[in-house]
Design a protein around this ligand. Structure first.
Ligand code: NAD
Length: 288
């Protein structure tokens, strides 16, 4: 696989939980990776983690010494978006904030080559609205990975009305080439998975807020009673509470459904920097 794909360069913008995970799967399937973040610490952490992952794959005998050397050469942490001019595919995976994403998409227009496919990993924003701020809307679409990227097989692919059909086909093939299962859906708030899961997470937080049960009891009820692999509050911590808040805000605005209004407790946790696993504390505590 590495020999076949190393001529394709995938640029990833945002090196948080998702950007790092997306970089890892493309890297392990032989793609050339450029990764950029405005936060140098996050970029360094991602670079370190990606190199560590390759070393562990080598130790386990999954890749040989030559492959390891080749794959290590395929990681380029970037300090400037101008370096993305040679990318065949750029994936935007920065924070779930609409204005920040728009500002990045506008800036990117100066560097994106004409054949490059640009995809956003947004969890809930309208692909059509984001497309208006891109240089080439025909080459723009949504590509929604799940966390943790190396374990979750699904990727939602979300073209908007003006996305060229060849772009959707090419992206679908690329996703299949990294061992993931793509499904295509129309541009709609929360797409499929988040549209179904986030209302449940919000209800679980409201149960906690109203004192019906403890966080442990709510999660245990859903793992033991509904056979969920993980309780809704642990899942919220995993996704990131800031990301959950942003998705619920988008879902409630688009549906005018009061039950989707983000709960006070969720807003308060985010305001106090309790973002779930990535900050070390959310509904549960995590050692970093
Ligand atoms: P995160 O908070 O872990 O990482 C976000 C990264 O974006 C940070 O490293 C931050 O420094 C960087 N960033 C912020 N502004 C930037 C800019 N202008 N340019 C470059 N980098 C910038 O968030 P995450 O969980 O990785 O989520 C990233 C995206 O993926 C969001 O759109 C989110 O909705 C989506 N997503 C998240 C999940 C999940 O479960 N966490 C799942 C699917 C999709």
């Amino acid at each position: 696989m590495p020999e076949v794909t190393s001529h394709i360069t995938v640029g990833i913008i945002g090196s948080g939980q998702m950007g790092q995970g997306i970089a890892e799967v493309f890297l392990l399937h032989g793609y050339n990776i450029f990764i950029y973040d405005t936060n140098n610490q996050n970029l360094n952490n991602a670079d370190h983690a990606l190199r560590g992952r390759l070393n562990r794959s080598h130790e386990k005998g999954i890749i040989d010494t030559n492959q390891k050397a080749c794959l290590l050469n395929n990681i380029t942490p970037c300090s400037n978006l101008a370096q993305f001019a040679s990318c065949n595919l750029i994936i935007e995976a920065i924070i779930e904030d609409f204005d920040t994403k728009i500002s990045l998409l506008k800036k990117l227009g100066a560097y994106q080559n004409d054949s490059c496919i640009l995809a956003t990993n947004t969890s809930s924003f309208s692909i059509t609205s984001l497309a208006k701020h891109t240089k080439n809307p025909e080459h723009f679409l949504g590509i929604h990975f799940f966390n943790p990227v190396h374990r979750m097989p699904l990727v939602e692919i979300i073209p908007h009305k003006a996305t060229h059909p060849n772009v959707t086909t090419t992206l679908t093939q690329l996703i299949t080439s990294i061992g993931k299962t793509p499904i295509t859906c129309q541009d709609s708030p929360g797409f499929i998975v988040n549209r179904l899961i986030l209302p449940l997470i919000n209800q679980a937080i409201q149960l906690l807020e109203s004192g019906v049960a403890t966080a442990d009891a709510i999660d245990m009820a859903m793992t033991l009673g509904a056979n969920f692999p993980m309780g809704p509050l642990a899942l919220a911590d995993f996704i990131g509470l800031d990301t959950c808040l942003s998705i619920l805000t988008t879902l409630s605005k688009s549906s005018h459904d009061p039950s989707l209004e983000p709960s006070f407790l969720l807003k308060s946790y985010v305001a106090h920097g309790k973002l779930g696993r990535k900050s070390g504390e959310g509904f549960f505590c995590y050692s970093k």
